[in-house]
Design a binder for this molecule. Structure first.
Ligand SMILES: Nc1ncnc2c1ncn2[C@@H]1O[C@H](COP(=O)(O)OP(=O)(O)OP(=O)(O)O)[C@@H](O)[C@H]1O
Length: 245
């Protein structure tokens, strides 16, 4: 579903944000992408979603070459940014319907698709509610609905639960798991090690622009260490200190 070889990005300023990342994500996996602040997570994710052009390396995303066929990738992947895109004043369902029409669906098909996605995310009945009147958890689920409306095979989630209370986080995890059961592959970043542990089939740790470690949560915890300890051993830093306020 996703393979990169030596993927890199050096910004014009000279900053080598990503210095040759090799990644592999299988179909139907939930893979967590973790790293200290400034490690290169967002830059990598923006390259994989075609929002940034790599300066080195190669990648195949959802069956298409990143360098030669980014438009095909855009049709097959969804991206939910950290900040979401829900308008505070407009009815969330209407926004979503317009979004589906932007992907070329005629209005009746767009309406049907939106109803299906909202049902999957337990948002049915909230179509007329403006973004600002939704709870934090509902807003995040609407953000995910935007990422799903064109039925992508691979969904990128950038810090999906940052700022949510524990109950809403657990609820979101169950929805992400349901996506996997429905056949969607998920690649997510998180600042929460408990989230990576509970949710991800595999974890990739990036540090200083390269992959520093990868494995299943149990592989990374081998030798009786916690995931926090493993992260500290691998990067020399604690992820818990990195959680934004
Ligand atoms: N547009 C840009 N121009 C120049 N340097 C950049 C740009 N975007 C990011 N960087 C730098 O590239 C490095 C990697 O940044 P990136 O945002 O990918 O890290 P991150 O792992 O996502 O960090 P965080 O957890 O804080 O979001 C950092 O040193 C950052 O300052």
């Amino acid at each position: 579903m996703l393979t990169t070889k030596g993927l890199g990005k050096t910004f014009k300023s000279g900053v080598e944000a990503v210095r040759g990342v090799d990644l592999h994500v299988d179909e139907g996996e939930i893979v967590g992408f973790l790293g200290p602040n400034g490690a290169g997570k967002t830059t990598t994710m923006r390259m994989l979603t075609t929002l940034l052009t790599p300066t080195s390396g190669s990648a195949t995303v959802a069956g298409h070459d990143l360098l030669t066929d980014p438009r095909a990738i855009r049709r097959r992947v969804g991206y939910v940014s950290q900040h979401g895109g829900l308008s505070p004043a407009s009815p969330a369902g209407e926004e979503l319907e317009l979004h589906a029409m932007l992907y070329g669906l005629p209005r009746p098909a767009a309406r049907a698709r939106v109803a299906e996605v909202l049902a999957r995310l337990e948002l049915t009945g909230l179509e007329s509610t403006p973004g600002a009147a939704l709870s934090g958890g509902q807003q995040r689920r609407f953000d995910i609905a935007f990422g799903l409306v064109h039925d992508p095979v691979l969904l990128f989630l950038d810090e999906p639960t940052t700022g949510l209370d524990p109950q809403s986080r657990a609820n979101l995890w169950s929805h992400v798991r349901a996506l996997r059961e429905g056949g969607t592959t998920v690649f997510l970043t998180t600042h929460y090690l408990d989230e990576a542990d509970a949710l991800c089939d595999r974890i990739v740790i990036i540090d200083h622009g390269v992959v520093a470690a990868e494995g299943t949560p149990s592989q990374l915890k081998s030798g009786g260490r916690t995931l926090d300890q493993a992260f500290l051993d691998i990067t020399g830093r604690s992820l818990r200190e990195e959680v934004p306020a």
